[in-house]
Write a protein that binds this ligand. Structure first.
Ligand code: ATP
Ligand code: MG
Length: 387
């Protein structure tokens, strides 16, 4: 059969019939499978089990992925394993966080423990930083991509994880097409975008598919993109977080062993309230806020070069000061940034000598200095930041 064979749910179920659960029951008969989403050869579903036994199901999850990939016409498969706390079980099943790592600090009872204490590091990855915002549309993804490229320009090896499961935009912003290769051990190979190693749910499922995901599936997908991708050795991983500060974002922030967070804000008052919420969210999970970037900060007239502070520029800087977090820099509202970003030609990569690239590199240098990483085996190159 050819790779264009239409994949049916029945074919997937037939493939899964050969995968036994820990007690030997064929997987399709366990009642633990979610609906199976098949879209253009890409297959996604989740297995939901009691949180206490989640570890014993991990080999089943892997075997299920292998079995699904072997089905004719399947081009990629992602099987999420979700632990559900029932709370009504006997003493043999103590409540346990899904996917939580054994930690010497476990059991201290704080509702939101430091992620670095609870989540194991990703082997080979130096520092993971989140780029977040309190609300959508403030230019978070644009900032994340250009910040990652700025860090690359400082000589660092940089990965980019698109954690915006509901609206992945990194594939578009970096003009990456195609699907990640599966390596031995079922790990995925990250894609390459302008020298960044990149993973996004957008490579794995169709754009409209993620909308139907339930919360636990989202967390599971995030964990897999973090831990089941062959990232290799990275100095820094930049995570483009989904917008907002609700429970979903909070949980996601807890799932990733973050060194720190960069908050993106526009200068308007409303956005600042949201920025405050963003800062508060990371404070709650004890992730240091590395600083605030004011995006669309001022407008430079493309004709005369005159700068106007149309939104009352300076609000984010003032707010950062008030909150006691560093101000990382101001990025102008500029057509070049918008056009390059939306066309998949980010300004730092495509106009490295221009004024915008310089601003992003300066922001990157401040971030680099905060997290104290340098390229492996090399002294971190210094760049001079003009006031
Ligand atoms: N400094 C800027 N100047 C001009 N346009 C910008 C700038 N920053 C971002 N944009 C544009 O604003 C729009 C939103 O940006 P982006 O997608 O990066 O925001 P976001 O915060 O990630 O949004 P979402 O909440 O949907 O994830 C895009 O069209 C982008 O090109
Ligand atoms: Mg975005």
């Amino acid at each position: 059969m050819s790779a264009t064979t239409a994949v049916t749910k029945d074919a997937i179920m037939a493939g899964l019939a050969a995968v036994p659960s820990p007690d030997g029951t064929p997987l399709p008969r366990t009642g633990k499978l979610s609906d199976i989403v098949v879209s253009d050869g890409k297959v996604f579903f989740s297995i939901t089990v009691d949180a206490a036994v989640v570890q014993s199901w991990e080999p089943v999850r892997k075997a299920a992925e292998t079995a699904v990939r072997a089905v004719a016409g399947v081009t990629s498969a992602m099987v999420a394993l979700t632990g559900e706390r029932t709370g009504a079980r006997g003493a043999q099943t103590p409540p346990q966080r899904p996917q939580a790592a054994p930690s010497p600090h476990a059991g201290h009872g704080r509702p939101a423990a430091h992620t670095a204490e609870r989540q194991p590091a990703v082997p080979g990855v130096g520092a993971i930083i989140a780029v977040a915002s309190g609300k959508g549309g403030v230019g978070k993804s644009t900032t994340a991509v250009n910040l990652a490229l700025g860090l690359r320009d400082l000589g660092l090896t940089v990965g980019m994880l698109d954690a915006d499961i509901y609206g992945p935009s990194v594939p578009k912003l970096l003009a990456i097409r195609g699907r990640p290769e599966t390596l031995g051990g079922n790990k995925l190979k990250p894609m390459d975008g302008y020298g960044l190693k990149v993973m996004s749910i957008g490579f794995l499922v169709e754009e409209e598919t993620p909308m139907i995901w339930r919360g636990p599936m989202v967390i599971s997908a995030l964990t897999q993109m973090l831990r089941e991708v062959e990232w290799g050795t990275l100095d820094v991983m930049v995570v483009d977080m989904p917008p907002g500060t609700g429970d979903a974002q909070l949980t996601m922030a807890q799932q990733v062993p973050l060194r720190g967070a960069v908050i993106v804000s526009t200068p308007q008052d409303l956005a600042l309230i949201d920025a405050r919420r963003g800062i508060a969210m990371f404070n709650r999970v004890n992730v240091p806020v590395l600083g605030v970037v004011e995006n669309m900060s001022y407008f430079v007239c493309p004709k005369c070069g005159e700068r106007s502070d149309i939104f009352g520029h300076g609000g984010a800087e003032h707010e950062a000061e008030r909150q006691g977090v560093p101000f990382l820099g101001a990025v102008p509202l500029h057509m070049d940034i918008r056009e390059t970003s939306d066309a998949g030609r980010p300004v730092v990569a495509t106009a490295p000598d221009g004024p915008h690239a310089k601003i992003y590199r300066e922001i990157a240098a401040r971030v680099r200095d905060q997290i104290g990483v340098g390229a492996a085996g090399r002294a971190a190159p210094k760049i001079v930041i003009e006031a």
